[in-house]
Design a binder for this molecule. Structure first.
Ligand code: CO
Length: 208
């Protein structure tokens, strides 16, 4: 990406949009009404709208390293709250990806300074699923499975928030756990059985 070309690229993009619909930006300016909140990794290879075929205005997006949903992260919590309570989205997607550098870093014992507390959240996922992960002999299998289990645990964190709890009850909001396979371009629905996953923890978190 040549940074000096960005503004001319932008001009081209504007012209392309207007060639199809002269009122394109007028309608964009009127407001947004997305039905989906997407929470994904900041990785430059996983560009949210592209992989879903989504257009501007269709998806509310939050990205951070390794698609984490921490209840102490004011940014993530604000995004979820705004999307659910104000935009009234009906779907929340947590999308991880194979070859995730954040997940890989959490598997190693290196000191990464400021990143340590962030990656510790992924190490917590490892601890919760230690039994399953430790049965895997192949490092790549273990790495890929941790990516999937991290998505599952971040979905659980989404479901633990009060606003999501209320929306699940009131209008049947649903949470989806997906993984993007960088090596093939495929988007994979992990089809997580949340009733099963949440069984046993609902009383602790006082979930409905
Ligand atoms: Co990543």
């Amino acid at each position: 990406m040549d940074i000096s070309k960005i503004f001319s690229n932008n001009q081209k993009w504007i012209e392309e949009k207007l060639a199809v619909d002269t009122a394109y930006f007028d309608s964009l300016a009127k407001g947004q009404n997305p039905d989906i909140l997407y929470i994904g990794c900041s990785d430059s290879r996983v560009s949210a709208e592209d992989i879903m075929g989504a257009s501007p205005g269709e998806v509310f997006v939050h990205r951070n390293i390794a698609n984490m949903v921490s209840n102490l992260d004011l940014s993530a919590m604000s995004v979820i709250n705004y999307a659910v309570a104000h935009l009234k989205v009906n779907h929340i997607i947590v999308c991880g990806h194979y070859n995730c550098g954040g997940v890989k870093a959490a598997l190693a014992a290196d000191d990464l300074g400021l990143l340590n507390p962030w990656l510790r959240n992924i190490r917590d996922v490892y601890r919760i699923h230690k039994e399953e992960l430790n049965t895997m002999e192949n490092d790549m299998d273990k790495y890929n499975r941790l990516v999937e289990l991290n998505v599952q645990e971040q979905c659980v964190n989404v479901l633990k928030t009060a606003e999501v709890q209320l929306a699940v009850k009131a209008r049947g909001l649903s949470v989806h756990g997906w993984v993007f396979d960088v090596a093939s371009g495929k988007l994979i629905d992990l089809k997580i059985d949340f009733n099963h996953v949440l069984k046993g923890i609902t009383e602790i978190y006082q979930l409905e």
